[in-house]
Design a protein around this ligand. Structure first.
Ligand code: IVH
Length: 699
């Protein structure tokens, strides 16, 4: 069947030209700008129409037609993959003191006696990109990037080209095995690749890590195959038989080191130079040894990773936000470079904080081009007497923002003057003041200040808050300038106002019917919002993601939160006292919250938002049949496990742990020598459990 049979040669030619142009535009949006406007199906429809016309009128086929470029239609990007267990990141230590703290914290958390040895597995931290490999029935079925830790990208086709990655496993490997590790490129291969890229007039990579990432993020796996990539395994995710993965024929005690041994036996490459150490001194010796051998190792390493060897201890230690308590990265010292500081600029943030930023003559530090550095605050500038025009030493450590560590005074120009720190907001001109004890000067303009208003809007739509795709930083700035969006409420009324706008969004430069439609769809998808994200989105100072979650868990619904806030004006009252009782909420955070809810303008915005969206009540994450899910507990006295472990355990079961006893407390768990809290519980008639009763209840 020829659907276009009645298209005249004239029309076909015109439509062909139009389609070629459109497809090219969408290819560019997709591949170069990472900003597709079409769904896969819409894009495919355009291509099919083009193919049909060319089939009917072969004279229209040109070498550069999208139908003629490499093989079939390129796969549109990478599919998303949900990780069955999250891929975590690592905390860092930079010194012997911090390493000591790390080990001490573990000892305290596990309540280990001083003479009990904590075995630590130390392995080099390879600077590449992390990858999860999933084997089912001993066959590689899926490879995924880490992404945000919860969701990554499906890079199976490309990983299939890496020789180090086994495609099948021996019979004794478990049925389901997810191996985690790092994809990397050796330094010599990186140098050779860049030389070849340069000859071909192609992109030069900044460092081996970027080269590895760029090679993996290829839509054409033939390109990936032509690059030399390697993989080393450092751990496991989901496994069908955890015991088999973590033990050996000789020992039934599950250890991290046995995981590595088994992975090696099943054909994976593992890091060289790894070892198990028992003391701080041995760990420090190993650190210095590897640091001195760094240049002889053929790939980039940026530190040493330490992991508690015993897996039962790992399980007890658990996680804090996104990093395990049982592991950390001991980073190598920062790299430094000398450059010229051309200007000091003052940025104004969401909470009005004035932050000085150094603009630098661009320079490469540890393989990354740096053109800005943080100057922290006004005192820091004064203390180091940093001036515009100075030659400075900057340093960069890991992903940390580069810092100015020193001014080279002998290079200072004769006419240089100390930097006059502004006492007015450079954006809105309002007075900028420093409160007692605060290192930061803040603009007092509030929402009158354009910078604060825009930053708050950016925060409101950011990933952990409303997460509205299509309302990026640039668009927020533009729509703010054009007065289309001045408050969060305006985001949700935009669609209704659109047809009265001059011009409507679809007619703005860079927009079209489809992108307009997508924007409204993205906004409308957020008319139901989880309470914790909503609270976080408000951008109240000191109320971060974790604290917002605690508030949501404590009050349950937005109505309840508002009601309590209405009563917190009285600092002596019960409502304020209860607020302070919440973990993580100190007087500073409490005061910010109270002030936020008391402000008339904020109340108006909250009312406006409630008319537009539905804020879902908070569901305490329940371990389905945990008897303490949603309950409030207080631990007191001394327990056989540490207080931190008891708290972490209760929270895993969906309970809230409070610092003091009130009528709202469900259980008080009283260890030995419990004092005033136990007494208060008895007075209030709160159920008191012994540690044994608590263990019986939750196990
Ligand atoms: S363990 C829960 N081991 O470093 C443990 N990570 O900063 C998480 N990395 O995402 C990872 N070498 O990409 C681990 N020997 C090693 C590693 C390693 C490199 C990377 C990995 C991770 C990142 C965390």
């Amino acid at each position: 069947m020829n659907a276009l049979f009645d298209l005249s040669a004239e029309d076909a030619k015109a439509r062909h030209a139009q389609l070629v142009k459109e497809i090219r535009r969408h290819d560019a949006l997709y591949y170069q700008q990472d900003a597709p406007e079409l769904s896969d199906a819409e894009y495919d429809a355009l291509r099919r129409e083009l193919e049909q016309i060319e089939a009917d009128y072969p004279a229209l086929v040109k070498a550069d037609s999208p139908t003629q470029t490499v093989g079939a239609a390129p796969a549109k990007g990478f599919k998303k993959v949900h990780h069955s267990t999250p891929m975590l990141s690592l905390s860092n230590v930079f010194s012997e003191e911090e390493l000591t703290d790390f080990l001490e914290r573990i000892r305290r958390f596990l309540k280990l006696p001083e003479d009990e040895t904590i075995e630590i597995l130390a392995e080099p931290k390879i600077d590449g990109l992390s990858c999860a490999l999933r084997y089912e029935d001993r066959k590689l079925v899926l490879a995924a990037t880490r992404g945000d830790g919860v969701e990554g990208e499906d890079i199976t086709a490309n990983v299939m080209t890496i020789a180090d990655v086994p495609k099948t496993l021996p019979q004794d490997a478990p049925e389901i095995l997810e191996v985690r590790g790092e994809i990397y490129m050796r330094r010599d291969e990186f140098v050779a690749l860049n030389a070849a890229q340069e000859r071909a007039g192609e992109k030069i990579f900044a460092n081996p890590r970027n080269a590895a990432a760029g090679s993996i993020r290829q839509l054409d796996s033939a390109v990936t195959a032509s690059r030399n990539l390697h993989f080393f395994a450092y751990g496991v995710g989901e496994v069908s038989d955890p015991q088999a993965v973590a033990t050996t024929a000789e020992s039934a005690t599950p250890l991290q080191f046995y995981i590595i041994q088994n992975l090696k036996r099943w054909g994976f490459s593992v890091a060289e130079k790894m070892g198990v150490f028992e003391t701080l001194d041995a760990l420090m010796d190993n650190y210095r040894f590897i640091l001195s051998a760094r240049a002889d190792i053929p790939y980039d390493i940026d530190g040493i990773v330490y992991k508690v060897n015993r897996l039962d201890w790992q399980a007890r230690l658990g996680f804090v936000s996104r990093a395990p308590r049982w592991a950390t990265a001991h980073k190598f010292p920062a790299e430094r470079a000398v450059t010229k500081l051309t200007a000091i600029e003052i940025q104004v943030g969401r909470t009005g904080a004035l932050t000085p930023v150094a603009r630098l003559e661009s320079i490469t530090v540890g393989g990354v081009v740096v053109s800005n550095a943080t100057l922290h605050n006004e005192d820091e500038i004064a203390r180091k007497d940093i001036r515009e025009g100075d030659t400075v030493v900057i340093q960069r450590a890991g992903d940390v923002i580069p810092q100015v560590v020193e001014v080279l005074l002998d290079k200072r120009p004769a006419d240089s003057k100390p930097f006059p720190y502004p006492d007015h907001c450079p954006v809105c001109g309002s007075l900028a003041i420093r409160e007692e004890g605060d290192a930061i000067r803040r603009c007092t303009g509030g929402l009158v200040c354009r910078a604060q208003a825009v930053e708050r809007l950016k925060h409101f739509v950011s990933r952990l808050a409303f997460d509205i795709e299509g309302l990026g930083a640039k668009i927020i700035e533009q729509f703010y300038e054009e007065e289309l969006i001045r408050s969060p409420v305006d985001i949700f009324t935009l669609e209704a106002r659109n047809d009265t706008l001059e011009p409507p969004i679809r007619e703005k430069e860079g927009w079209g019917e489809l992108s307009e439609k997508n924007l409204f769809a993205a906004i409308n998808a957020r008319r139901e919002m989880a309470l914790n994200r909503f609270i976080y989105a408000l951008g109240i100072r000191h109320i971060g993601e974790a604290t917002a979650k605690r508030l949501a868990a404590t009050y349950g619904s937005f109505e309840a939160l508002e009601e309590v806030m209405g009563k917190t004006q009285d600092r002596e009252g019960a409502a304020y006292g209860e607020l302070l009782n919440i973990e993580d909420i100190g007087p500073a955070a409490a005061d910010e919250l109270v002030a936020f809810f008391a402000e008339a303008h904020n109340q108006e915005i909250l009312k406006g938002l409630q008319a537009q969206i539905r804020i879902q009540p908070y569901d305490t994450p329940k371990s389905a049949d945990s008897p303490v899910a949603g309950k409030t507990l207080v631990f007191t006295g001394s327990l056989s496990i540490s207080r931190s472990e008891a708290k972490a355990q209760a929270e895993r079961l969906g309970a809230k742990v409070a610092g003091s006893v009130s009528k709202k407390t469900d259980y008080v768990i009283a260890g030995e020598d419990a004092g005033s809290k136990l007494k208060k519980a008895q007075e209030l008639g709160v159920t008191v459990l012994t540690e044994e009763e608590w263990i019986a209840l939750v196990s």
